[in-house]
Every structure is written in structure tokens, then in C-alpha cells.
Design a protein around this ligand. Structure first.
Ligand SMILES: [Zn+2]
Ligand SMILES: [Zn+2]
Length: 296
């Protein structure tokens, strides 16, 4: 829903998906944290690959927290197997430090359920990048959200997109959020390209995690969604200057406004009867921001 805009607190900028040299990234955890703190981020989840060749890291970033910057403990989880026979990539933000390695025979969907039960926010990472099917997406029933944009997948394979997966799952009656992330490894300029803006009363890991699970956030590559609320069967939106403000839902249903330096729109929701819908804005450089899905 658009509760992010009415919930108390302020927006905190964070990256949920990143790697350090505890797995296959180039920088140490301290350097990664310093990089994001220096770029003005409020928080980071270092999500190293939870694999035996890296001794199942749950990278401890707590020493790098400051008054202005915090971290959430997490990992990118892997287990067999997608319909193509590949290992799953599952983002788990907010894992306990004693989270156990996958058991013999544990599947991706089972591992995701165990991580969710342990308190994590579960993300269906980069579905387009490794060719997940809608059936794969449906089987990962512990997911809170789909990675709607992955900056590193954009750079490395021009397959950054999660919109098709998200919309197929919504269409199938699932209710998931949408988060953007860097998935930075720092072997290229692969950071600061996609992030979440999480509404919370304070910049504390537990509050940020709770807000993620509640859907109190939006995602961006640049533009800001400053407000979005339903009034008199319209979606009333305020943004930083953009060229388009679009709502899309079930099938081909959509409503849009286009223009130069748009900062406001009032979009009719009549077309979205009995349908989910979600907001996407695009600025003049082609950069986007995405809301969570909502219902009328
Ligand atoms: Zn991955
Ligand atoms: Zn990754």
C-alpha cells in the first residue's frame, strides 16, 4: 500500500544487497560500509554469498555502525534448484548470527522459509538475470518482495528487471513488495545505482527491518516519490521533477501523466476495480522510482 507516506518517521536510504571480500566482492566489509556511509546512505545490509567455499559468512558489520549509519546483518542464500537446474539466489535481510548452513537436501524455497521464520525479510533476487520462471517465483512462497531492479545485473548482463516477475506473481494472487538494490561487488563501478527509501521513526536495524516487512518503503534509481495517497478514487502523487507518472495494474490496465518537470499528478483509479496497481515514475534521465503495490 502507500502506507509509507502516512507512517510516522522519515525516509532512510539504504542498500539491501551487496558483497564484500567475505565472499566474492573486492572490498573489505569496513570499506564497503565506509563507501555507503560516505555516499550519504543511512544503512546497509552486507549480503555475502552464504556458500561453503566462503565458510557460510554472516558478515558482522556491527563495528562499522556510527551515529549516522547503521547496518542490518544478512546474506544471499543459495540452495538447489530452479527450473533451469541452477542454485537459487535468495536475499535474506535480518538474519540471526547463528543462522545454520543449509541442511543436506534443503531446497531454496525451504531455506527461504527457514530464514523468514528466523526473522529475515526475504527478497527474490534478480529474477530476470538467471531466467526464473513464474512457477519458480510462485514456489518461493516465503518471499516478502521481488528485486524490481538490480544495478549490477544491468551492468553485467543488461537483465536488471523484476517488474515482469512481480506483476505475474501479483496477477496470480500473491502479495509482494518491490525493492531496488545495487548487488555491488566493487570490481566495477557497480554501486549507488538502485536503493530503497524506508520510512522509520529512527535509523535502527530492528525498526528498518520491521518497516521493510510492513512495506513502508519505496525504491529508486534517482527520483523521489514524496507522497502518494488515494483520495476520491484518484491516486494523488507528489514527486521530484519527472517526465512521467504511471500507474499500472491487472493485465494492461494503466493510467498516466506525462510532461516536462512534472511534480504532481492526480490519476483516476476507476480502471483498477478489483485489481492491484503500482506507481512508477521516470525522470528526464530515464531513471525510475517504484512504489509498493496497492489495492483500491
Ligand atoms: Zn545473486
Ligand atoms: Zn548478490
Amino acid at each position: 500500500m502507500f502506507d509509507a507516506f502516512t507512517a510516522p518517521g522519515r525516509f532512510h536510504r539504504g542498500n539491501l544487497h551487496t558483497h564484500s571480500n567475505r565472499s566474492d566482492g573486492a572490498l573489505s566489509p569496513e570499506e564497503v560500509c565506509r563507501h555507503y556511509a560516505g555516499a550519504g546512505y543511512d544503512f546497509l545490509c552486507l549480503s555475502d554469498h552464504f556458500l561453503p567455499q566462503f565458510q557460510y559468512p554472516l558478515t558482522d558489520t556491527t563495528p562499522f555502525r556510527t551515529d549516522l549509519f547503521t547496518t542490518i546483518i544478512g546474506a544471499e542464500l543459495h540452495a538447489p534448484q530452479t527450473h533451469l537446474g541452477d542454485f537459487w539466489h535468495i536475499l535474506a535481510v535480518g538474519l540471526p548470527s547463528d543462522f545454520a548452513a543449509p541442511a543436506e537436501g534443503e531446497t531454496g524455497p525451504e531455506l527461504a522459509r527457514r530464514a523468514r521464520a528466523a526473522g529475515a525479510f526475504i527478497g527474490l533476487a534478480h529474477p530476470q538475470w538467471y531466467g526464473l520462471s513464474t512457477e519458480d517465483g510462485l514456489s518461493l512462497d516465503a518471499a516478502h518482495a521481488v528485486e524490481i531492479y538490480n544495478y549490477t545485473c544491468e551492468l553485467l548482463s543488461a537483465r536488471p528487471d523484476g517488474t515482469a516477475m512481480l506483476d505475474q506473481l501479483l496477477q496470480a494472487g500473491r502479495w509482494l513488495g518491490a525493492y531496488a538494490a545495487d548487488d555491488a561487488h566493487f570490481k566495477a563501478k557497480d554501486s549507488l545505482g538502485g536503493w530503497v527509501m524506508v520510512k522509520a521513526e529512527r535509523n535502527e536495524p530492528a525498526l528498518l527491518l520491521e518497516a521493510l516487512k510492513e512495506g513502508h518503503y519505496y525504491s529508486s534509481q534517482g527520483p523521489e516519490i514524496q507522497d502518494a495517497r488515494i483520495e476520491d478514487d484518484h491516486l494523488v502523487v507528489s514527486t521530484s521533477p519527472v517526465r512521467s507518472i504511471v500507474v499500472g495494474g491487472h493485465g494492461a490496465r494503466s493510467a498516466a501523466e506525462h510532461g516536462e518537470n512534472l511534480t504532481k499528478a492526480r490519476l483516476p483509479l476507476k480502471a483498477f476495480e478489483n485489481s492491484w496497481f503500482r506507481l512508477t515514475i521516470t525522470d528526464h534521465a530515464g531513471k525510475r522510482a517504484w512504489s509498493q503495490p496497492a489495492k483500491r
